[in-house]
Design a protein around this ligand. Structure first.
Ligand code: GLU
Length: 518
């Protein structure tokens, strides 16, 4: 029970709070949300196929049928523990007052803190944050990151607000979260998500540091911060790089590629990416570096397609100069941006928002592999239809877990108050030099200057923070792929169900070992 719930004698922390606009004479209205999913479903963004949270729960139920855990325990794992809804006033730059709606859902406290991003988007509502928080729970379990799932959001289109307004929104929301104990290094740790970035995380950190009575660990209250403000090297590209590692692992299994009539490996595969934000951009970058051919890109202003290939950096430069990806030299424009997803390619990477591939467009999708870089970009029914057509979906609960994995490394760094590798780097470098020297002594021959230089560059160095983060990320994504792949193979199900089974088993084991309070 949260502190406000306790004060009002409400035996739950499922609380919705609506504030009087005047901060000094605020009256907090507390509403118990009995069954959050049913109450909220009318607000969902893809109601024709069921609310987003209902879809996540549908996928959960399907996977749960392959496990032997008690019904009650499965229901506890599936339900969203806490949802906080707050409205607060924003003074716009022109002096107008606007009421802003914001949410934080903590889906599961089987591990603490809870963890998940904060998004700024007009689509944000209670159903969406509950669904996304649930996906965070399963995602963390799939990649063995020791957090429960959470997600927050502010219902605004960030493009319509000045930087100063966004700062006021972020600071006020952080303050509201702190008041209700919905943020803290051991409680609930936000991170960037759609529409937010390191900039917002710095405002969150600064506000939390101001109000907390535990400033020592305040840096660990939020991740995705800039390096220099407690951020970890490698966090910015982490989700996109994780997406690349996941696709690489999938493409490296020859047997699976044969079933898709594709060759083994990423090299030479054609790719369409939806969303040139942080995740989409970095996924595109690493795929391009690995020899994949980027043929299509979709952004909110429209799409572009060139079967001969698009150079990512050239498109980014073009967009910077013209304000749009459209009219890129040599490419065809796609006026209706969602239609870009329907063009020919081997791998389609939706890296924007949820419900982009639905029953009304799934039959037009030509890709052989859908790599879910966003959260929930393929609806449950559309995923079934793709599976029936033999299309591989690499599920979000695994594929975009690179972000939270590196957030975990950032959180560890913040709690230990030391940069990863700081104490071992020189020691390792010196050890490597000693080994080189020992090898020369053993063979009675010295390397010449050029040989030594190249060997030292390759071997005689200690791991930096960036090296360690990259290594931890790769190890996590490779290990988790083979785990979900094995679950899927064993139960003869798709990868998404395999990922859910893996997550459910780990979470259930945690509950069984810990017991249930009281
Ligand atoms: N928003 C990201 C996600 O959906 C990152 C979450 C985090 O790092 O906590 O996975």
């Amino acid at each position: 029970m949260g502190p406000i719930g306790a004060a009002f004698g409400i035996s739950t922390d499922l609380i919705s709070a609506t504030d009087n606009p005047c901060p000094t004479c605020r009256i907090l209205y507390l509403v118990r949300i009995e069954t959050a999913s049913s109450n909220m479903s009318s607000q969902n963004s893809h109601s024709s196929e069921g609310s987003f949270f209902a879809q996540v729960n549908f996928m959960f139920d399907r996977a749960a049928a392959y496990t032997n855990h008690p019904k009650g325990l499965l229901s506890q794992i599936k339900n969203c523990n806490s949802v906080y809804h707050v409205s607060f006033p924003l003074v716009r730059d022109n002096g107008d007052i606007q009421v802003v709606s914001a949410y934080r859902a903590e889906h599961s406290h089987h591990m603490q803190p809870t963890k998940g991003g904060i998004r700024y988007a007009p689509t944000v509502n209670a159903d969406e944050v509950m669904a996304l928080a649930a996906l965070m729970t399963y995602k963390c379990a799939v990649v063995d990151v020791p957090f429960g799932g959470a997600k927050g959001g502010v219902t605004i289109d960030r493009r319509l607000y000045s930087e100063a307004e966004l700062e006021r929104v972020t600071r006020r929301f952080t303050f509201e979260l702190a008041k209700k104990n919905f943020i803290g290094p051991g409680v609930d740790v936000p991170a960037p998500d759609y529409g937010t970035s390191a900039r917002e995380m710095t405002w969150i950190l600064d506000t939390y540091t101001t109000v907390t009575d535990n400033p020592l660990d305040a840096l660990a209250s939020v991740t995705g911060k800039p390096v220099g403000q407690g951020g970890v090297r490698g966090r910015v590209e982490a989700t996109g790089k994780g997406v690349y590692f996941g696709i690489r692992e999938a493409c490296d299994i020859e047997e699976d590629m044969k079933k898709l009539s594709l060759n083994k490996g990423v090299e030479g595969k054609t790719v369409i990416i939806q969303g040139l934000g942080n995740v989409g951009y970095h996924a595109a970058l690493f795929l391009e570096q690995a020899g994949a051919r980027l043929v299509g890109l979709a952004e909110y202003e429209g799409g572009i397609y060139n079967a001969d290939g698009l150079k990512l950096e050239d498109v980014v430069r073009h967009r910077r100069e013209t304000g749009s990806i459209l009219n890129f030299p040599g490419a065809n424009n796609v006026a209706d941006t969602v239609k870009t997803l329907e063009l020919a390619c081997d791998i389609l990477v939706p890296a924007a928002l949820e419900a982009q591939i639905r029953m009304d467009n799934v039959d037009c999708i030509q890709a052989r592999i859908i790599a879910e870089a966003a959260n929930g970009p393929v609806t449950a029914a559309a995923a079934d239809s793709l599976r029936d057509r033999g299309v591989m979906v690499i599920p979000d609960t695994y594929l975009n877990a690179g972000g939270v994995t590196v957030s975990y490394f950032e959180w560890l760094r913040n709690l230990s108050h030391v940069r990863h590798g700081r104490m071992s780097r020189r020691f390792e470098a010196r050890n490597a030099s000693r080994i080189l020297q020992a090898v020369q002594n053993l063979v009675g021959q010295s390397f010449n200057k050029e040989q030594l230089q190249s060997i030292e560059a390759d071997l005689a160095f200690g791991a930096s923070e960036a090296d360690l983060v990259a290594s931890g990320l790769e190890d996590t994504m490779v290990g988790a792929y083979h785990e979900i792949h094995e679950k899927a193979r064993y139960h003869a199900v798709d990868l998404r169900t395999g990922a859910f089974i893996s997550a459910i088993e780990k979470i259930a084991l945690g509950y069984e070992r810990l017991g249930i309070f009281p």
